[in-house]
Ligand binder design. Structure first.
Ligand code: ADP
Ligand code: MG
Length: 269
């Protein structure tokens, strides 16, 4: 299995004084579904931001798809093939939809990513329509995202990432603020995407969804690694103190064949 992310002794401090992560070692492989669990302030969002190359390790090394992820590589105006490739492969769903949404209509929001990829206009429209149908957003296509409910905005955020069709999804507290029905819809969608081969990394403190969004289980062999990870985090004095990776395989049958057909993982480098 291809290694997607490899973190070696990664630490991150904000403004050189607020330590958020210390000495994290972690490997994530293609097709895995992983939950990052921890109390508020334990560093979950920081870890996801590092995985998405939005912030960078203060020390240690981060590799994505076998390539080093560094500020020099991403924060440059020069054409950078790896950075472009990375942005087509990794999608981030922010905890707060208002951070992510900026277009004047739902349609434009979902079409923005494919447009940025330089896809032909017909393909952009086709993808946008498909994703809107898949997430039952078609009736909201002309609405301004900021006028939607929290659950609807979260759906639009997810749709705007799926329209890029990344192989790796990073989700920060995806069920936060959702009603039980929308939570169920979301976890089932994530399971469908997992079965279609996506790598899904979910930061959450919602223990109810952990089993549904993660393959790594206390009952399985990787649990040994997870306990090690847990201890390491605790030893390192992460603010929240109780972070670990956990979860279990889901046996639920594939609900939506269209997810698999249209959004199955692409072949990788
Ligand atoms: P979590 O997502 O688990 O709640 P975070 O990654 O958001 O945790 O935060 C980890 C630590 O980093 C916390 O102590 C938090 O106060 C700190 N932190 C997060 N973002 C910033 C920032 N922009 N500036 C300074 N400190 C920050
Ligand atoms: Mg957070």
């Amino acid at each position: 299995m291809q290694t997607i992310f490899d973190l070696q002794n990664v630490s991150h401090s904000y403004l050189d004084k607020f330590e958020a992560l210390k000495d994290i070692n972690l490997t994530m492989t293609a097709g895995e579904q992983i939950a990052i669990i921890g109390a508020n302030g334990s560093g979950k969002s920081t870890l996801l931001l590092i995985l998405d190359a939005l912030i960078y390790a203060t020390s240690g090394e981060v590799y994505a798809f076998g390539n080093p992820v560094t500020e020099e590589r991403f924060n440059t105006l020069e054409d950078n093939e790896f950075a472009r490739y990375f942005r087509t492969q990794v999608g981030f769903v922010f905890q707060n939809p208002d951070v992510q949404l900026f277009s004047s209509t739902v349609f434009d929001e979902i079409a923005f990513g494919p447009l940025q990829l330089g896809l032909p206009r017909e393909e952009v429209i086709k993808r946008t329509e498909e994703v809107m149908t898949m997430l039952a957003l078609s009736n909201l296509r002309d609405r301004a995202p900021h006028t939607l409910s929290g659950g609807e905005r979260k759906k639009v955020c997810i749709a705007s990432i799926l329209s890029i069709n990344p192989d790796v999804l990073l989700l920060d507290e995806p069920t936060g603020g959702l009603d039980p029905r929308t939570q169920l819809w979301l976890t089932e969608l994530l399971q469908d995407l997992a079965k279609a081969g996506k790598t899904i990394i979910t930061a959450t403190h919602d223990m109810d969804i952990v089993e549904q969004v993660s393959m790594r289980s206390k009952k399985s062999l990787p649990a040994l690694m997870l306990v090690t990870f847990f201890r390491r985090l605790r030893c390192c004095g992460l603010t929240g103190g109780s972070s670990l990776l956990a979860g279990s395989s889901s046996s639920r049958a594939l609900r939506s064949q269209s997810v698999k057909c249209r959004y199955g993982a692409k072949s990788r480098r």
